[in-house]
Every structure is written in structure tokens, then in C-alpha cells.
Write a protein that binds this ligand. Structure first.
Ligand SMILES: *Cc1c(COP(=O)(O)O)cnc(C)c1O
Length: 232
């Protein structure tokens, strides 16, 4: 894709984010865009960075690490948004600005141990599985409080909120109920933990507008910016 096209796509998405935020009585700055660059090259990431996008989301550990190495001169904020296997936790700990997909105690413990050894604190989100689909990762709703409370106790982890990847329904109005649900879960959790959690990561190409209307602070958009993905 031409970089002028990338910039045009980015500008349109940012404009729509602003419109949705204001419509919901929020300000543009309340919502941050995470550009999802999985399967796209480091060159594309660099192009988008050059036109002003700083945060990028990656799903696959090795692919992400390769891009980070290649682009280490750039001040990119990397978010890990893929399924996190516990045997990969050590590898990702401390390499991402945000790990959005903590879904089990085992993953949290391994991340915590690895960052403690580095003398660092890792910002994390807990991924919640609201679809009840076995193939999607995320902690089930009834395990959320316990996982959050345990994560809170871990000195190496800084719990900043929740993330959801709803079943793909292709229509933003169909996924809206998941966003409402996640917002309520966060509010409930804030009461139980006695502190506020800054982030709700929800909304992708098909439904980021609805997600923002329901309180998203991070939207993860790939296709609308980079075009369709080709898997090899
Ligand atoms: C791929 C992916 C996205 C981006 O999806 P698009 O529909 O391309 O915007 C967002 N979140 C997660 C977790 C993803 O895996």
C-alpha cells in the first residue's frame, strides 16, 4: 500500500474515533488507537509511524519480536493482543508496553516472575471471554474477580483494565452487548478492588464506533488501516 493511502486510512479512522467519542460525550483524547499490524511488514509499520501513529498491536510473539528488532530506533508503543501461551510469557514480559491478554493465573504468575527478575513493572489487561466459545481465550466471567485480585497482588504487574475479543458477528450492533457487558464488569471490579482501572480495550474494524460509544479507551484496528490480511 502507498504511504499516502495509509495516511488517508489512518486519518479517516482517527476522525471517526473523534466523532464517536464526542457523540458519547467523551473527548477525542479519551480514546487511543492501537493499529493492529499482524501479518503486515515492518516497513508498513514504519510508514504509519512516520505519519503519526505510535501504538501498534501484534498477535504472534516471534513476528512481533522481529518487527521490534527491526524498528528499535522508533519510539513505538507495542501492545501484545494475541493468545498468550504460558510458555511464551517469559519471552514477552518486559518487551511490550502493554500485554492485553492475561487470561489465567499461570500466565500472570509467569509474567510476574519474569518482570520481577528484570526489576520492572509490566502494564497488563485481563482478557475476558464473554462469548463462552472454547476456542477464544480469556478468563470466564466467573473467574474474573479472583484472577484480578491475584494479579493486583503481584508486584511486577500493573493491572490497568480489561480487554474483550467478542465472537465475530460482522456487525457492530450485534457486538454492542459485549461492550456493554465489559464496561459493567469493569465498574463492578473497580468497586471490589477499591480503585479505578483506566482501560477498556474493545472494538475493531467492524465495531470500534459502537465500542467507543460504550466506553472503550483502546480500540484495536487493523483492516481499516492496513487493508486485508494475507495469511501464509
Ligand atoms: C486482528 C485483531 C484485531 C484487528 O482486527 P481488524 O478487524 O482487522 O480491525 C483486533 N484485536 C485482536 C485481538 C485481533 O486479533
Amino acid at each position: 500500500m502507498e504511504s499516502s493511502q495509509l495516511k488517508e486510512n489512518l486519518d479517516k479512522v482517527l476522525e471517526e474515533i473523534g466523532v464517536a467519542a464526542r457523540k458519547a460525550g467523551r473527548s477525542d483524547g479519551d480514546v487511543s488507537l492501537v493499529a493492529v499490524s499482524k501479518t503486515h511488514s515492518a516497513e508498513m509499520v514504519a510508514e504509519l509511524y512516520k505519519v503519526g501513529q505510535a501504538a501498534f498491536g501484534e498477535n504472534y510473539v516471534q513476528e512481533a519480536m522481529d518487527k521490534m528488532d527491526e524498528l528499535r530506533e522508533l519510539d513505538i508503543k507495542w501492545h501484545f493482543i494475541g493468545h498468550l501461551q504460558s510458555n511464551k510469557a517469559k519471552q514477552v514480559a518486559g518487551r511490550f508496553d502493554m500485554i492485553e491478554t492475561v487470561h489465567s493465573l499461570k500466565v500472570a504468575e509467569r509474567l510476574n516472575k519474569a518482570v520481577e527478575e528484570q526489576g520492572w513493572t509490566q502494564p497488563v489487561l485481563i482478557q475476558v471471554n464473554l462469548g463462552g466459545e472454547d476456542q477464544k481465550s480469556g478468563v470466564a466471567e466467573d473467574g474474573l474477580l479472583q484472577l484480578s485480585a491475584r494479579t493486583e497482588e503481584m508486584k511486577g504487574l500493573d493491572l490497568q483494565g480489561l480487554m474483550v475479543l467478542p465472537p465475530f458477528l460482522g456487525d457492530g450492533e450485534k457486538t454492542r452487548p459485549y461492550f456493554v457487558k465489559l464496561r459493567r464488569l469493569k465498574a463492578d471490579l473497580e468497586k471490589r478492588l477499591g480503585r479505578s482501572l483506566p482501560h477498556l480495550s474493545m472494538g475493531m474494524t467492524a465495531d470500534f464506533v459502537q465500542a467507543i460509544e460504550e466506553g472503550a479507551t483502546l480500540v484495536r484496528v487493523g483492516t481499516r488501516i492496513f487493508g486485508p490480511r494475507e495469511y501464509c
